[in-house]
Design a protein around this ligand. Structure first.
Ligand code: FAD
Length: 377
């Protein structure tokens, strides 16, 4: 190692590590927690390239959602019933684990139905007709017959998913980190992994070479350089939040434009994000930043639909990087006996992150390779 580590430091962090996890987002943390529950005496180290996580887990919108109607209908068309149900089940089970792991108040979890808004009645009609089919599709997964319903809402016709919620992603991550630290998981930040040497079982990093026994790669939207053979690419999402607006309160978490735009209220502020469909090529990047074009597009939606005639200011704007691919199914894949990758969480990592952690922990600790075949790209 190039770093000037004392023997104490080396011994604490780097010697005899049973599981090395690259990436400290929701998937890396959930995997570590699961492994500690399964094998309390093992040494687990999470490395991440930055001091603050730069991934999507603390940059997202905090929707605890498992599917809007147009998305589910689209998935049924594209991937068929089996895959569509599998995706919904993963999200539902992931949210159940998350909600049982962290007390609601500690991550500001709130039952808050999702609502997909259709500005034109014509567009809504095709989906209103499908409500029965979609309710039947999800009923046994979510244990409810009437999960979806239609209403004339604040912004036009809306189809609600009555079982969704919202949370504060930073508080969620803080709690997951606490659980992991209390269980004895070690964290080493500022370690940028450049290359995985599968033969010599080492990582090439900015601090020099690091050996591993078992490796789990949870680098999501930043995975291309480490895992060029897997179908994954970055997809940037831009977001802004406004100042507190008087008497502003939204009952639902909203999606528009097939989920490409989303907005919610948080403590009297409006948070809105998305619009990637405006520039799909330009937004296929892992570079942070916001663009005038997309921010202006989001501002138009705010002035024309959400805060008509209201003066507001943008308090903070930012971007986050998703990991997406041709398939929407996350990848949990054993690429060597002692290396598992868990990436491509798409726009639903808050929902699936905890169940993916469980599957990944089972996968890395199992000599049977059959489990991963469910989630291979
Ligand atoms: C703007 C936005 C809004 C979203 N809204 C929602 C939502 O409302 N609901 C929802 O369910 N999902 C949402 N998502 C998606 C969700 O946030 C992600 O799917 C989820 O956070 C992915 O978690 P992860 O652990 O896989 O990856 P990440 O959180 O991206 O973590 C990956 C980590 O790997 C580290 N890393 C990467 N490369 C290296 C390397 N070479 N060496 C060392 N470390 C490395 C990074 O620093 C990072 O901390 C949103 C995403 C964005 C960007």
């Amino acid at each position: 190692m190039k770093a000037n580590l004392s023997w104490w430091e080396f011994d604490h962090y780097l010697s005899k590590v049973d599981y090395t996890i690259v990436g400290g987002g929701i998937v890396g943390l959930s995997t570590a927690i699961e492994l500690k529950e399964m094998f309390p005496d093992t040494k687990i180290l999470i490395v991440d390239k930055k001091t603050l996580p730069i991934g999507a887990s603390t940059k997202n919108a905090g929707f605890a959602c498992f599917g809007s109607i147009s998305e589910i209908v689209d998935d049924l068309d594209k991937y068929g019933e089996e895959v569509c149900r599998k995706l919904i089940k993963l999200r539902w089970e992931g949210l159940s684990i998350l909600k049982s792991r962290i007390p609601h108040v500690k991550m500001r979890y709130r039952d808050q139905p999702g609502a997909e808004v259709f500005i034109s009645k014509g567009e809504a009609e095709a989906f209103v007709e499908k409500i029965g089919v979609v309710n039947d599709l999800v009923a046994d997964i979510v244990h409810a017959d009437q999960c979806f319903n239609v209403e004339n809402g604040k912004f036009g016709v809306q189809i609600n998913n009555s079982l969704e919620g919202s949370l504060n992603p930073q508080m969620m991550m803080k709690e997951l980190e606490l659980i992991a630290r209390n269980a004895g998981v070690l964290f080493l930040n500022g370690v940028d992994v450049f290359k995985i040497d599968r033969v010599n079982k080492t990582l090439e990093t900015n601090l020099g070479k690091m050996c591993f026994q078992n490796l789990i790669v949870c680098t999501n939207g930043f995975s291309r350089k480490l895992l060029p053979h897997i179908d994954i690419h970055p997809a940037r999402n831009q977001v802004f939040i406004t100042n507190r607006v008087e008497n502003f309160n939204l009952e639902h978490c909203y999606h528009m434009n097939k989920g490409f735009v989303y907005f919610r209220e948080y403590n009297g502020r409006l948070l809105i994000g998305g619009g990637r469909d405006l520039d799909l090529v330009g937004e296929t990047t892992s570079m942070f930043g916001t663009t005038e074009r997309i921010i202006n597009y989001l501002k138009d939606i705010v002035s024309n639909h959400i805060l008509q005639g209201v003066d507001y200011e943008i308090t903070q704007q930012w971007s986050g990087i998703l990991g997406v691919g041709k398939s929407k199914m996350p990848v949990v894949k054993k690429i060597e006996d002692d290396i598992v990758v868990a990436i491509r969480m798409g726009g639903m990592g808050v929902a699936v992150g905890s169940i993916i952690g469980k599957i990944t922990a089972a996968e890395i600790s199992s000599s049977d390779n059959s489990a991963h075949q469910l989630y291979v790209s």
